[in-house]
Design a protein around this ligand. Structure first.
Ligand SMILES: *Cc1c(COP(=O)(O)O)cnc(C)c1O
Length: 429
């Protein structure tokens, strides 16, 4: 595979952009080698600057539920751009977005649009604090909620593979109000709640974690979490930036049958443009300015182009009930193929899948939380990643990320991926 142009661009990029990338997971730091520069995406494919084609399973880290550049999103964007790019004033499409969101995710009584997942989670914690008058909040080890200071304590995703569990630049004061619990371990919550009685504003969780690899919380754990929050007056926040519209039309909360007090969204909700959203119970959301005292704002929030792309994606989800059946069929086909390969090779690597999110860990023990996820042999993952890349399959360049299947992956794509998976594993183990 010729990647000369990519290599050259990376050399230049490093001079002007820290690490040559605008988000750390894009670099190949945890798998070795240099990142590939992309020039074009269509359907399930990415094409790099040297003309190589890849079957893509990153999907821009989650947004591309329908593959790259689906015609209905492209058309909505072209139409929107004819009317202008940003007005800094309310538009009708923002109401349409809010109503559709409420329809798909019934707990979203009110919503505020923002520009990224990070903004959504950061603002959700702020309003939970403003609403309860309390300062502390609980997060789980290995969960990632974007890069706001108070979340960068034992965070997942890039923060995990880069080995910066607590980033420099995050002050002790900021970290002090973040309490850490163990995923899927209700006793760790009970202890924290008991020792911080009346001081906890919120518990934030990825109900299906996608940033320590893919790990689902148990039903029992989620039920107890809801009960504890009700008893203690704690705001329960589901961070559905990844799972929203990915695992089901109504997100992970639909799968668990549990209503959070607040939810955060990103990724798919923007149809490939930079969008985030947070919302939930009216009595909490009404605390936000200008209806309430909790300040939250954004020059480009609810941007007409971003709303057009997002609304096109969500409308497609609403109007085509087969989306999640198709995703499940394709994802199951792929996971079954992987499982078959492992059997043939006599390996029992843990594989977790929830709908079109999946992750293979290089450990033979089941992965149910952060500690068990860390048992994965990340060096072996690095070799696997490169073996797959050489065969034209583009996976996340880090172990603790999800593989995403889109509706655009064809049977050919999936079969070729299964074949590449077999050959790659055979090569490296
Ligand atoms: C991606 C992600 C975020 C951060 O979203 P950005 O748009 O990258 O700021 C937050 N929470 C979860 C669960 C995510 O997967």
């Amino acid at each position: 595979m010729n990647i000369d142009k990519s290599e050259k661009l990376f050399e230049v990029a490093k001079k002007y952009i820290p690490g040559g990338v605008n988000s750390p997971v894009r670099a190949f730091k945890s798998v070795g080698g240099n990142p590939i520069f992309m020039s074009k995406g269509h359907d399930s494919k990415l094409i790099d600057v040297d003309g190589n084609e890849y079957i893509d399973y990153i999907g821009s880290w989650g947004p591309h539920l329908f593959g790259h550049n689906p015609p209905f999103i492209k058309e909505a964007l072209i139409k929107a751009i004819e009317s202008g790019t940003s007005f800094g004033a309310p538009t009708e499409i923002e109401i349409e977005m809010a109503i559709l969101l409420r329809e798909l995710v019934p707990s979203m009584e009110m919503v505020r649009m923002v520009n990224s997942g990070t903004e959504a989670t950061m603002s959700a914690i702020r309003v939970a604090r403003g609403f309860t008058g309390r300062e502390k909040f609980i997060k789980f080890e290995g969960c990632y909620h974007g890069h706001a200071d108070h979340f960068l304590i034992k965070a997942g995703s890039g923060a995990l593979t880069l080995g910066v569990p607590t980033s420099p630049g995050v002050t002790k004061g900021n970290a002090a109000d973040t309490l850490l619990a163990d995923y899927n371990d209700i006793d760790s919550i009970k202890k924290l709640v008991a020792s911080n009685k009346g001081e906890i504003a919120a518990i934030i969780i990825e109900p299906i974690a996608g940033n320590m690899g893919v790990v689902k919380a148990s039903d029992e754990f989620m039920k107890e979490l809801r009960n504890i929050c009700d008893e203690e007056g704690i705001v329960l926040i589901f961070d559905e930036v990844m799972t929203g519209f990915r695992v089901a039309k109504g997100g992970a909360q639909e799968i668990f049958g549990i209503k959070p007090d607040l939810s955060t969204f990103g990724k798919i909700i923007g149809g490939g443009l930079p969008v985030g959203a947070f919302g939930g119970k009216k009595e909490i959301m009404e605390k936000i300015a200008p209806s309430g005292p909790v300040y939250q704002a954004g020059t480009l929030s609810g941007n007409p182009l971003a709303m057009a792309a997002g609304l096109a994606a969500l409308s497609h989800i609403k109007n085509d009930p087969s989306v999640y059946t198709i995703l499940e069929e394709k994802s199951k086909f792929l996971a079954d193929g992987f499982a078959d390969n492992l059997k043939r090779l006599g390996k029992r690597f843990a594989m977790n899948r929830i709908g079109s999110m999946m992750c293979m860990f290089f450990t033979e023990e089941p992965v149910t939380d952060f500690k068990s996820a860390l048992k994965s042999d990340t060096e072996l993952y690095g070799k696997f990643f490169h073996a797959m890349l050489d065969r034209g399959v583009y996976l996340a360049p880090a172990q603790f990320e999800a593989l995403f299947v889109s509706t655009a992956h064809s049977t050919d794509d999936l079969e070729n991926t299964i074949k590449a998976h077999y050959e790659s594993l055979k090569e490296i183990i």
